[in-house]
Design a binder for this molecule. Structure first.
Ligand SMILES: CC(C)(COP(=O)(O)OP(=O)(O)OC[C@H]1O[C@@H](n2cnc3c(N)ncnc32)[C@H](O)[C@@H]1OP(=O)(O)O)[C@@H](O)C(=O)NCCC(=O)NCCS
Length: 168
């Protein structure tokens, strides 16, 4: 993609000006940057301590990337501004996160779509995720807009699913 093209889905220029935001696959060396983004989102932010209490730290994410998961990220220059990861063994869309000043530019949709394509390439026809139960959070409307549908609420989490029929 040419310099000046905003990438991802092509809406406007990046806040920093003119960098290519096309999703690229996450490598082990990117893992620290994923934590920088995940702990800095406008909504649903989790601190490193909260993530650690869930068993999520840099070592566990590296293990996931080496075994069950793949993911993609968008950079603005050298800065990682969003990323998403999914579990090819279970069909779980595990995480998507975009920095506040980069929201609303199509980055989340592009990353989600990239991970969905990966999960389908692994033979997962029924994709699923968990998110906050609060429908006023941006994430819920975002997932609905991207073709995800409500499945169930269990253990204080909202489960959503996406099948071939919901593809957008
Ligand atoms: C949720 C999140 C990933 C969305 O990323 P984003 O880059 O702002 O989303 P996009 O700009 O790609 O939006 C994709 C589409 O969803 C729509 N959308 C987004 N939020 C919406 C909402 N609350 N209601 C309706 N539509 C919504 C957009 O208008 C856009 O529609 P379009 O492509 O038809 O124009 C981002 O807000 C985020 O990181 N939130 C905090 C972390 C989080 O909650 N992660 C997910 C759950 S843990």
């Amino acid at each position: 993609m040419k310099r000046g093209n905003p990438g991802c889905n092509g809406r406007g220029t990046s806040p920093a000006g003119s960098n290519d935001l096309t999703p690229v696959e996450i490598g082990i060396e990117d893992v620290p940057d994923l934590f920088t983004v995940r702990t800095a989102t406008r909504e649903n932010a989790l601190s490193r301590q909260q993530l650690s209490a869930l068993g999520i730290d840099e070592s566990s994410v590296i293990r996931m990337l080496e075994t069950s998961h793949r993911g993609w990220l968008c950079r603005d220059g050298s800065r990682v501004v969003g990323f998403a990861m999914g579990n090819g063994l279970t069909g779980e869309m595990w995480v998507v996160a975009v920095l506040p000043e980069y929201e609303g530019r199509g980055i989340g949709r592009a990353l989600l779509g990239r991970v969905e394509a990966y999960l389908r390439s692994r033979g997962r026809s029924r994709l699923w995720l968990t998110t906050d139960v609060d429908p006023s959070l941006r994430a819920y409307g975002f997932y609905r807009r991207c073709g995800w549908r409500d499945w169930k609420i269990a253990s204080g989490l909202r489960y959503m699913k996406k099948t071939a029929a919901n593809r957008m």
